[in-house]
Design a binder for this molecule. Structure first.
Ligand code: FAD
Ligand code: DHB
Length: 399
C-alpha cells in the first residue's frame, strides 16, 4: 500500500522542513523523505546568517524561541580593507533591521523537533529515490528505507523537491525544458569552528593582500571563521598553525587588535558557484532552495532564498486546496526567480568585490578597492548593500 499524502517533500533541509511547517499551518498534509539520518542533518555545519524576515517568519510560526534566546543579533557588519575597519550600521541604514547569527543546524534541530512534536512525518535515511508521473495528477515518489529496504511509494498530488543541489529533483525536469545558468569561481572557502571567545562585536568581511577572510560567530565560546583558498586544495595541507597564520594576516589592522585563537575542532573546504535553473516547476513537480539555485556564500543568502521559495510555494498550494485556484502554480517559477536573481546578483557582487581573484587583472582589483571605498563613504551605496544583506522586502503577513 502506498503512503498517501497531499504533498510529497524530498529533502529535510531548511527548504523542506520550513515548507512542511507552512503546509501544516494551512491544514495541508505532507510527508518528508530525507536521505541522511537525523543526526547527520542536525550535525552538518553550514550557514550562519538569517535575514530579518526569516527571523520574523520563524517567530510568527512559533519556531523562534531558542533562536531568540541563543542567537546573536548585530546592528550591522564590518568591512575591512587597507588594514582598516568600517562599520556599516544596518539598523540605521534600513528601518531597524538586524543581522541574526544562528547556525543552520540549530534551525534544522528546531524545525525537526517541532514538526515531529506536531505529528509530522519525516522518514530519514532513505535511498534509491525516484520521482515519477510528475506530469500527471498523481505523481509518485519511490524510495527504500535505509540502503536496502523494500521499495515503497508515496502517492501525492504534488511533489516539492527540496533536495539540495545534488538531489534528483532538478534532474526530473526534462533536459529540453531546463535552462541552467552557472558561474564557477576560481577560489573556495576554508571554514573552521574554534573554541574561543568572540574577537569582535560583529561579522568582519575582510579583503586583504593575502585574500578574503570572514570572522563570524556561533556562541560566546565557539567562533566560525573562513578564509579564501584554492578550491582544489586538500584540508590536510592546512595545519592549524597555517590557518591561524593566514587568519591573523587577513584580519590584521593598524591599531594592534589581536584575533583570539582557540582549539580548532572542525575544518573543511567548499567550492563556490553561482547557479540558477529555470523554470522551477514542471507539471506537478516544484523545485525549491538549493535544488534550483546556488549562490556563493559571501552574501549569506542561500538559506534565506530557500525559505523565500517555500513561502511562495506554500501560498500556491494553499490557494489550490482552499479555492482550487491554480494561478499561483503558473506564477511560482517567475515569482521565485525574480527574488533569486536579485540574490544571485548580490552574492556575485559581494564575492567579486571581496575576494582576490587570481584570474583578474590589476585593473579589476583596483575597481574592487574603489567599490569598497565607495560603499563605506556613500550613504546611498552602503544603504544598497544593507538593504540586500538584511533581506529585500517580502510579505509574511498572511502566514
Ligand atoms: P539543503 O540544505 O542542501 O537540503 C537538502 C536536503 O535534501 C539535504 O538534507 C539532503 O540530504 C537531502 N537530499 C538530497 N538528495 C536526496 C534524496 N535523493 N532523497 C532524499 N533527500 C535528499 N545561506 C544563508 O542564507 N546564510 C549563510 O550565512 C550561509 N552560509 C553558508 C556557509 C557555507 C559554508 C555553506 C556551504 C552554505 C551557506 N549558506 C548560507 C547556504 C545554505 O547552507 C544553503 O543554501 C541551504 O542549506 C539550502 O537549503 P535547502 O533546504 O535548499 O538545501
Ligand atoms: C556565515 C556564513 C556566511 O556565508 C556569511 O556570509 C556570514 C556568516 C557563518 O557561517 O557564520
Amino acid at each position: 500500500m502506498p503512503i498517501r499524502t497531499q504533498i510529497g517533500i524530498v529533502g529535510a533541509g531548511p527548504a523542506g522542513l520550513l515548507l512542511s511547517h507552512l503546509l501544516a499551518r494551512a491544514g495541508i498534509d505532507c510527508v518528508i523523505i530525507e536521505s541522511r539520518t537525523r543526526d547527520e542533518i542536525e550535525g552538518t555545519i553550514r550557514a550562519g546568517v538569517l535575514e530579518q524576515w526569516t527571523v520574523d517568519l520563524m517567530n510568527r510560526m512559533g519556531l523562534g524561541e531558542r533562536m531568540m534566546r541563543e542567537g546573536h543579533f548585530h546592528r550591522g557588519i564590518t568591512l575591512q580593507f587597507d588594514r582598516q575597519r568600517h562599520h556599516l550600521d544596518f539598523e540605521d541604514l534600513t528601518d531597524g533591521k538586524k543581522v541574526t547569527v544562528y547556525a543552520q543546524h540549530e534551525v534544522i534541530k528546531d524545525l525537526v523537533a517541532a514538526r515531529l512534536a506536531g505529528g509530522g512525518q519525516i522518514i530519514f535515511g532513505v535511498s534509491d529515490v525516484k520521482l515519477e508521473a510528475i506530469e500527471t495528477d498523481s505523481p509518485r515518489i519511490k524510495f527504500r528505507r535505509g540502503a536496502d529496504g523494500a521499495q515503497e511509494e508515496i502517492a501525492c498530488d504534488f511533489i516539492a523537491a527540496c533536495d539540495g543541489f545534488h538531489g534528483p529533483g532538478r534532474q526530473a525536469i526534462p533536459a529540453q525544458v531546463r535552462n541552467e545558468f552557472q558561474k564557477i569561481y576560481p577560489f573556495g572557502w576554508l571554514g573552521i569552528l574554534t573554541e574561543a571567545p568572540p574577537s569582535w562585536h560583529e561579522l568582519i568581511y575582510s579583503n586583504q593582500d593575502e585574500g578574503f577572510a570572514l570572522l563570524s560567530t556561533r556562541s560566546d565560546t565557539v567562533q566560525r571563521m573562513y578564509i579564501q583558498c584554492d578550491p582544489a586544495d586538500k584540508i590536510e595541507n592546512w595545519s592549524d598553525d597555517r590557518i591561524w597564520g593566514q587568519l591573523h594576516k587577513r584580519l590584521e589592522i593598524a591599531d594592534g587588535w589581536k584575533l583570539t585563537e582557540g582549539k580548532i575542532f572542525q575544518k573543511g573546504i567548499i567550492g563556490m558557484r553561482s547557479f540558477v535553473c529555470e523554470p522551477m516547476r514542471h507539471g506537478n513537480l516544484f523545485i525549491a532552495g538549493d535544488a534550483g539555485h546556488i549562490v556563493p556564500p559571501t552574501g549569506a543568502k542561500g538559506l534565506n532564498l530557500a525559505a523565500a521559495d517555500v513561502l511562495v510555494l506554500s501560498r500556491a498550494l494553499r490557494s489550490w486546496y482552499r479555492y482550487r485556484n491554480a494561478e499561483l502554480f503558473d506564477s511560482y517559477s517567475a515569482t521565485c526567480l525574480d527574488r533569486i536573481w536579485k540574490g544571485e546578483r548580490f552574492s556575485w557582487y559581494m564575492t567579486t568585490m571581496l575576494h582576490k581573484n587570481p584570474q583578474e587583472t590589476s585593473f579589476e582589483q583596483k575597481i574592487h578597492l574603489a567599490d569598497m571605498k565607495y560603499v563605506v563613504s556613500s550613504r546611498a551605496a552602503s544603504q544598497a548593500l544593507a538593504e540586500n544583506y538584511v533581506g529585500l522586502p517580502i510579505d509574511i503577513d498572511d502566514v
